[in-house]
Write a protein that binds this ligand. Structure first.
Ligand SMILES: [Zn+2]
Length: 786
């Protein structure tokens, strides 16, 4: 006898869901019984899951554990579920088995197969999920409940091989039992791990760098010969007081890689240095890990009496002496502010001093480097937060130096002394030469005489030979000394020195234009050495008259010369001067001009005869007349506009061959407002599309919009008051903020910004502070008041 239960499913709309549990699994009977259900009670087939006519599709979910903690194997689970499916008439598709490895515990995250299965359930067509036993699905009753509800929302049933279809009460009960089991398991595991420590086994799963698994069984490790060497090296380097990042860099350079052959990082080195295992100490239970509802672990330190500690001598890689030596040294904050790194890497290294505290200023940052007070930089012991572009300071110093060297009267005494020195050296050499020549002549005379028989009479032949040989050696020695005097090492030629120093001045001036001296070449090094020999100190301060740098240069006094004086003492000459580099706007304009010249040379924006003939009648004479007052080719106006569009620059930043910037601006404005430019652009688009390729002629439309200028689009004149207001507000000692200007002029912020930048560029208007230091606070207070 077959039994088909028809139950009201828990659905709000009261519809009936057929739930079949066949003891004999005969589909024909099911069909027959189904027909006995009144048609009005039948459910419209809204979803495939409700298609009670077809075969019932079920998916199987299993979970296997790698830790082997008393759980059913996957094969057993599959066997059970397959038997159950056959029993109740579920069909399991070939790809309907999902299997997750139970990784680190009991939460739902990280189970890709389960997620894939749920995605398939959502897609529809699934009637039920079969599981071996409920512990396979979720260990926590919160998780199990969530899963049950998710499946129920999809109208998918949950079946276990042992207990059949699960309902809410069963889910709750299973979940609760599982939870209890988990608690017991956790307790047992903790106990087991603690006992592992006593047996000198490693209770945690992660591999420790420096050790490999031993053949003695689970948890047993032994030092790895290669990695052991790296660990020792890390401790040795740390004992040398090298930083962790430095140690990591050294190891990576030697290709001594860390865990899983990855490069070392400072953190990884730090973990090695702090791991007591390398001392041979197994320490377990230092932290208590807890899981929150999201499945994330957090840890807190466990009390020390809960730690399990064992001493494993065979695991020690470093001894206690090395361990202690590698502990970080207690570092005291530097108060002298003298950095170790102030060495001659750059032309002015060690020469630049802070105007506030007189400490060295050091070069920081990449290119361009900046000089910053070392005291401020290291521990903020100096209030001078101002940093200076290295190129600015170098250029300023070189220019000042060149100016000094131009003044010959400054170093004339120096040169005169040099000359006197040279003369004295020359007379010394002459008198010495005279003496040597006299000596040599005497010796040579004796040598010649030795060939006389009367002189050698009564002497044996070998003695005569010896005497001659000795005299010849003396003559040779004197000849050698004379040759040395003949080519003195130091020839001081005053005229040449003047020329050299004059040449140095012009060389310095040339170098200062380039910005930096290449210290990499021998010539550069020599030149830098000569420059550094002259400079005692450089003090950069803000230039009160400009945005540039004011430099106070202390030079070795050139007029002073005393050979006995060391190079760094003696009188000093102070030279002061400012270096004002081009402002950003000037640089931008200069770059624009260069770019435009290059582009003009290529001829890409010039109008040919035919094109010009096509648009000639569209350029009104009055527009041309505006170009600088002089009547130049009307095509110049069109060309300059095309060029501005092509280069994406303001038309006023282009070369002056097209008239003055102001005249050009007015001409363009008139040309665009009159609408002729639009017509020209249309014709150009037809006649010479290459000229408009990739550019948008409508970019000039901005001049037709009302803005900060005196005219608006209607052509009637507005009182030119906004610009005046902006200038007046910015000229106040405290400056002005954008909201203040906006309130005063009624203009949008963007328009105000554009106006300010135009003021800067076009009129050379210097705006030292366009923003008030307390601007934000003022704005906030203002806003709060409103
Ligand atoms: Zn300072």
């Amino acid at each position: 006898m077959s039994c088909l239960s028809i139950r009201h499913a828990e659905r709000g709309d009261g519809a009936i869901v057929l739930n079949s549990r066949h003891e004999d699994g005969a589909p024909a009977l099911r069909e027959k019984l189904l027909e006995s259900v009144p048609r009005s009670l039948r459910l419209p087939a809204r979803k495939a899951t409700l298609d009670v006519g077809g075969p019932k599709i079920a998916l199987v979910y299993t979970r296997y554990s790698t830790s082997g903690q008393n759980q059913m194997s996957t094969a057993r689970q599959l066997e059970d579920t397959a038997g159950y499916a056959k029993l109740v008439g579920f069909q399991i598709p070939n790809d309907g088995v999902y299997s997750d490895e139970e990784r680190s515990g009991f939460f739902m995250t990280g189970r890709e197969e389960l997620e894939r299965m749920l995605a398939r359930v959502k897609a529809g067509g699934i009637h039920a999920i079969l599981i071996g036993d409920s512990s396979r699905l979720a260990r926590d009753f919160v998780d199990l409940g969530w899963l049950f509800k998710t499946l129920r929302r999809q109208r998918v049933e949950l079946h276990t091989a042992q207990g059949g279809k699960m309902d809410m009460a069963q889910v709750a009960m299973h979940g609760y039992v599982n939870h209890q089991q988990v608690d017991t398991l956790v307790h047992n595991t903790r106990h087991a791990r603690r006992s592992m420590v006593a047996e000198l086994r490693i209770p945690w799963g992660a591999r420790n760098f420096g050790y490999v698994k031993s053949a003695r069984g689970r948890g047993h490790v032994e030092p790895d010969p290669v990695e052991k060497g790296i660990v020792k090296e890390i401790f040795r380097l740390a004992a040398l007081d090298l930083g962790r990042a430095r140690i990591a860099a050294i190891l990576n350079e030697r290709n001594q890689m860390g865990r899983r052959k990855t490069p070392w990082t400072a953190d990884a080195v730090g973990r090695v240095l702090n791991n007591v295992l390398y001392r041979g100490i197994i320490l377990y239970g230092r932290y208590i890990y807890t899981k929150d509802s999201e499945g994330n672990y957090s840890r807190e330190a466990a009390p020390e009496d809960a730690w399990v500690i064992a001493y494993a001598e065979h695991l020690a890689i470093v001894d206690d002496v090395v361990w202690e030596a590698a502990r970080p040294k207690r570092r005291t904050a530097r108060t002298d502010g003298e950095p170790k790194s102030a060495r001659g890497q750059f032309l002015l290294s060690e020469l630049v001093r802070c105007p506030t505290c007189d400490r060295h200023m050091v070069c920081m940052g990449g290119r361009p480097s900046r000089f910053v007070c070392s005291g401020h930089n290291y521990n903020k012991s100096c209030a001078n937060a101002r940093s200076w572009d290295m190129g600015w300071v170098e250029t300023g110093v070189l220019r000042l130096l060149a100016g000094v060297l131009d003044d010959a009267s400054l170093y004339a005494p120096y040169l005169a002394r040099l000359g006197a020195e040279a003369a004295r050296a020359a007379s010394d050499a002459a008198s010495r030469r005279d003496g040597l020549v006299r000596q040599r002549d005497a010796l040579e005379a004796e040598l010649v005489a030795s060939f006389d028989d009367a002189y050698t009479e009564g002497l044996e032949k070998h003695i005569v030979l010896k005497i001659r040989k000795g005299k010849q050696a003396k003559v040779d020695a004197i000849n050698g000394k004379l040759a040395e005097i003949g080519s003195p090492r130091v020839v001081i030629d005053v005229a040449r020195r003047v020329e050299e120093l004059g040449g140095l001045a012009s060389a310095l001036r040339e170098l200062s234009g380039e910005g930096a001296i290449d210290l990499g070449t021998p010539q550069g090094e020599e030149l830098a050495g000569a420059i550094r020999a002259l400079i005692r100190r450089v003090v950069p301060t803000p230039d009160p008259g400009s945005h540039g740098v004011h430099i106070e240069l202390a030079l070795a006094e050139l007029g002073f010369y005393d050979p006995g004086t060391p190079a760094d003492v003696g009188p000093v000459r102070i030279v002061r001067g400012a270096h004002v580099p081009p402002s950003r706007e000037e640089q931008s304009r200069r770059r624009g001009l260069e770019e435009a010249e290059r582009h003009l040379a290529s001829g890409a924006c010039s109008l040919d005869r035919a094109t010009w003939a096509a648009i000639r009648h569209l350029v009104p004479d009055e527009a041309v007349g505006m170009l600088d007052g002089r009547r130049r080719g009307a095509e110049a106006l069109v060309e300059v506009m095309l060029l501005a569009l092509r280069l994406r620059r303001a038309a006023t930043d282009l070369p002056d061959r097209y008239g003055s910037p102001e005249a050009r601006r007015k001409a363009i404005k008139r040309f665009v407002r009159s609408g002729w430019w639009a017509r020209v652009a249309t014709v150009l688009g037809d006649e010479a599309p290459h000229l408009l390729d990739g550019i948008d002629p409508r970019r000039f439309d901005y001049v037709a919009r009302p803005g900060m200028s005196a005219r608006d689009g209607s052509g009637k004149k507005r009182p030119r008051r906004n610009m005046g207001i902006v200038v007046a507000m910015l000229s106040r000692p405290r400056g002005a903020t954008l909201p203040e200007i906006a309130a005063e002029t009624g203009q949008a912020n963007r328009a105000i910004r554009v106006a300010i930048s135009r003021l800067r560029c076009r009129r050379g208007f210097r705006i030292t502070k366009a923003r008030r230091p307390d601007g934000l606070n003022a704005w906030l207070a203002d806003k709060a008041a409103r």
